[in-house]
Design a protein around this ligand. Structure first.
Ligand code: IVH
Length: 650
């Protein structure tokens, strides 16, 4: 319940603000158990209470750049000068306080009610970014304040895993971070992708306080604490408004959620002079963004047929503003997911938008039901071709099994010509539909047999555009093998997985004959993908399609593709374990670009095994084989210097 709210947080905030306004106007109405009397969360009884040496503050809010400017003018008036300020992204996670005794991390606690929080030390210890010792010059005692958060990608993956295990989903990255940190078993927390930024000090003993917020952040960095590098200093308010706008834009693309920007007077002496009103400092303010969550009505659930035949239900919503964007549709994943969350047409629902991804329906507000809402079920027959829908026992998805289903063909063509696939410019979805409707093409291989005469049968296509289109189709034959593999539209094989596949099976003959066992040896290829690839190639229809694509002259091997003269050409790498700075996929991609090979498993062919945290059996095998073993720092150097050896000294 605590980490699983029933209304969107921002709506709660808005209600709370109205309540406070009302109570201020009519103090006689305020009761001792009013929600306004409980600041932030409550201390839960599950964890040991931890009393903060210095209270953890809250911040006043501004909702427009104008309100920020008004705040600054007030501050300038009080100080009698226009002070420099720091602007820091307001990370949407949960506030924590880390106590270090003579440089050793001794206690970590949540904010709680600001005075007393929960002692979650063992859980915080599992965060690999949290230094267990301060690196240099530790004071006798210090409380370091910061934010524990979960990156959006990690949140999505965690929810996917939870959905697969039938566990309740987290509503957003912040609840997910809170739920992950407040675990009784630290090994559960360890498995969660939690990260940390620090930005303030509480108590400090045996050392003088940094004179400015900027010096404080430098101090945190030298202690080895993670500090957000989007933080900016402004000598005056000039430029701040542009920065707030910039952060609003960047918000959509950051790997973690921010819910605003915190603006702080830089100078400590000025901060002291300004002081506090209640628990809010006058010297800082939070510029709050429009929330990424809202509630709205779910009008109906519609079903879309994917290129693999999957039935993809989606929500048609009463349009609602979420984080500054109007949302009228949201993904619902699959039928099981809808049932697990018990989402019904007509429900009021919480909608969440995270970064670049499609909005999601988090949950229904069951309390708002009229009683007439009926559970949803998928149609028994394909809405496009009428074929009886099949369900695989082991999978959540329902499929239209008809390979000739018009909706499937349409999606397949669109996927095939897309930018990450064959990148056939000018062949948009409307044209694809027209070609299919007129029977000019039946599948993707037919594209390569189109003539100018065929194309000119279509409305609005004249000689010139027909020629351009044919040229674009012809040029697509030069797309690399990996793009061809992606374009095929095999389930679970997107651009990144296609790259893994072609690195291990560098031509179509090897790939089309790979068994599940062969595929499983490729690092990063799991059971689901291995089975899906083998199954796809086992279809005689698909084998025939491949033959026709070969005959059409598409690129069917990586030969000549890898820069043979790349600085790492002829060197084979294998990566294992968790890397800190890069994802393994990203590191592998960069290595491939430099001409290296990535081995599908540990063998004598491997020149370098790069090990991250928690390496598995590969390390042992490498030691037995006498393979060179290197760490992430070495890998980073190789990628930066684009060479294997240390630069010669002297
Ligand atoms: S400063 C006076 N800096 O926002 C100092 N807070 O509404 C108070 N937050 O509880 C905190 N990023 O959880 C500060 N760079 C940042 C922050 C930040 C996120 C959160 C924090 C705090 C809340 C205040």
């Amino acid at each position: 319940m605590l980490d699983s709210p029933t209304i969107a947080d921002a709506e709660f905030d808005a209600l709370l603000r109205r309540l406070i306004e009302l109570e201020q106007a009519h103090p006689e109405l305020q009761s001792p158990d009013s929600p306004s009397q409980r600041v932030g969360g409550q201390v839960s009884s599950t964890f040991r209470a931890h009393r903060h040496l210095e209270p953890m503050l809250s911040l006043g809010n501004a909702f427009t750049p104008g309100e920020v400017a008004a705040w600054y003018e007030r501050v300038a008036g009080l100080l009698g000068r226009r002070p420099p300020v720091m602007a820091e992204p307001k990370i949407d996670g949960l506030a924590i306080s880390l106590t270090y005794d003579h440089g050793s991390f001794v206690t970590g606690a949540t904010r709680g009610n600001g005075v007393e929080g929960e002692d979650v030390t063992p859980n915080l210890r599992t965060l690999h970014e949290l230094p267990l010792r301060l690196r240099t010059d530790p004071p006798d005692l210090v409380e370091i304040r910061g934010e524990v958060y979960m990156p959006i990608a990690g949140f999505e993956q965690l929810n996917e895993r939870r959905a697969a295990d039938g566990q309740p989903l987290f509503a957003n990255p912040r609840n997910s971070a809170a739920g992950s940190l407040r675990q009784l078993d630290p090994s559960v927390t360890k498995g969660r992708p939690l990260r940390l930024f620090t930005y303030a000090l509480g108590a400090l003993e045996g050392q003088s306080r940094p004179p400015t917020q900027s010096a404080l952040l430098d101090q945190l960095r030298t202690w080895g604490q993670p500090v957000n590098d989007l933080i900016r200093a402004f000598p005056e308010i000039t430029g701040l408004e542009a920065f707030l706008e910039e952060m609003l834009d960047r918000r959509e693309h950051l790997p973690y959620e921010i819910d605003g920007v915190v603006i702080k007077v830089d100078d400590l002496a000025a901060q002291m002079e300004l002081g506090f009103v209640g628990r809010e400092p006058r010297w800082a303010i939070a510029f709050k963004f429009a929330p990424m969550q809202a509630t709205t009505r779910l009008r109906e659930i519609r079903v879309n047929i994917g290129r693999t035949g999957s039935l993809n239900p989606y929500a048609v919503l009463e349009p609602v503003r979420v984080g500054g964007v109007t949302v009228s549709q949201a993904t619902l994943h699959n039928e099981q997911d809808i049932h697990r969350k018990d989402i019904r047409p007509g429900d009021r629902v919480i909608v969440h938008r995270a970064g670049d991804v499609i909005p999601q329906v988090v949950k229904p507000i069951v309390e708002d039901r009229t009683g007439d809402e009926q559970p949803f079920s998928l149609p028994d027959h394909c809405p496009s071709c009428g074929t009886l829908i099949v369900r695989r026992e082991d999978e959540a998805m329902a499929y239209c099994p008809n390979p000739n289903c018009p909706a499937r063909r349409y999606e397949q063509i669109n996927h095939f010509v897309s930018q990450a696939g064959m990148d056939i410019r000018g062949l948009g979805s409307r044209l694809a539909a027209a070609l299919l409707d007129r029977g000019l093409i039946h599948d993707v291989a037919d594209l390569y047999r189109l003539t100018a005469g065929d194309l000119m049968q279509l409305p609005n296509i004249k000689e010139k555009s027909a020629e351009n289109l044919l040229r674009a189709i012809d040029r697509s034959k030069e797309r690399p093998f990996r793009s061809v593999v992606n374009a095929l539209g095999i389930r679970f094989v997107g651009d990144q997985n296609a790259e893994l596949l072609v690195a291990a099976f560098p031509d179509i003959e090897r790939l089309r004959h790979a068994t599940v066992a062969d595929l499983r040896t490729v690092h990063g290829v799991g059971d689901r993908m291995a089975e899906s690839v083998a199954e796809w190639f086992a279809e005689p229809r698909n084998q025939a399609l491949i033959d026709r694509l070969i005959a059409a002259g598409l690129t069917m091997s990586t030969v000549g593709e890898t820069p043979v003269d790349g600085p790492l050409a002829g060197t084979t790498f294998l990566l294992t374990g968790r890397l800190d700075d890069l994802s393994r996929g990203e590191a592998e991609r960069q290595l491939l670009q430099l001409g290296a090979r990535i081995a599908p498993g540990m063998s004598r062919a491997v020149d370098y095994l790069v090990v991250g945290a928690d390496p598995g059996s590969k390390l042992k095998r490498a030691q037995e084989l006498g393979t060179a073993v290197r760490d992430e720092a070495w890998l980073r150097r190789v990628l930066e210097t684009r060479r294997l050896d240390e630069p010669a000294t002297g």
